[in-house]
Design a protein around this ligand. Structure first.
Ligand SMILES: Nc1ncnc2c1ncn2[C@@H]1O[C@H](COP(=O)(O)OP(=O)(O)O)[C@@H](O)[C@H]1O
Ligand SMILES: [Mg+2]
Length: 232
């Protein structure tokens, strides 16, 4: 479904992505793991066309993204839920969700119902300002806003960052539930253990290069992965 081929990116002289290739198949959860600064966020930003690669190619179901703008990528069902949530604190929960549907207005009411069914806590707080939500609720709002745009593929950047363990568990359960609705997911996570558990496949990024790839459960047993990410 998503194919990234030999993608390279640099900030000035600093090469951040070095010929990265990866794929996400239809219905898959694919994890992308790597240390801080490995280039994970940059990879997601390049795929969603927030920044332009130096070279390489991204296609979704065979369609080349090279000439597309970020909003055109959204229209094709590739939705990026960025690091740090980025909800609008001065807007209500419902207003935040409506903003997620700028490409899908005719489906707005149906999508709101679906989002509230998946996140009942947001229904209970629909008139509350985004900035007054807890960190976990803000993350749920960010995910729900992504769902408003009829995604076929979600790029999730550190959805569990900074959240309490019990909330982290809920976020991972929600990611699985979203995937079970047929939405493919490329997941970037600090929480390597849980992300490899729910991912069919995974890639390890090190200083902008893919150094390892395989099935999620197999990578959990990999000695290098254990040493680098699982504290073993
Ligand atoms: N706007 C920027 N300008 C210059 N360098 C950047 C910028 N954003 C990120 N970088 C650098 O790019 C590298 C990869 O960053 P990033 O993609 O955020 O990694 P990760 O998400 O894996 O932590 C880091 O060395 C970081 O310092
Ligand atoms: Mg990052």
């Amino acid at each position: 479904m998503l194919r990234v081929e030999s993608l390279s990116f640099a900030y000035g002289d600093a090469q951040v992505l070095d010929s990265v290739s990866l794929e996400v198949g239809k219905g898959e959860i694919v994890a992308l793991v790597g240390a801080n600064g490995a280039g994970k966020t940059t990879l997601l930003r390049t795929v969603s066309r927030l920044v332009k690669p130096v070279s390489g190619k991204v296609t979704l179901d065979g369609e080349d993204f090279s000439r597309l703008r970020a909003h055109e990528v959204v229209r094709r069902g590739l939705i990026h839920v960025p690091e740090g949530r980025r909800i609008f604190p001065e807007m209500t929960v419902r207003e935040n969700l409506r903003l997620g549907s700028f490409t899908t207005r005719t489906d707005r009411e149906r999508n709101l119902e679906k989002a509230f069914a998946l996140f009942p806590v947001l229904l209970a707080r629909e008139g509350q300002l985004g900035g007054t939500l807890s960190g976990g609720e803000q993350q749920m709002l960010a995910l729900a806003r992504g769902l408003m745009a009829n995604p076929r593929l979600l790029l999730l950047d550190e959805p569990s960052l900074g959240l309490a363990p019990i909330i982290v568990k809920q976020i991972f359960e929600t990611i699985v539930a979203i995937n079970q609705q047929g939405i493919s997911i490329l997941l970037v996570e600090q929480n390597v253990y849980q992300s490899l558990h729910i991912a069919q496949r995974a890639y390890v990024l090190e200083r902008g290069r893919v150094v390892l790839q395989g099935e999620g459960k197999a990578l959990l047993e990999n000695p290098d992965v254990k040493k680098a990410f699982l504290g073993a």
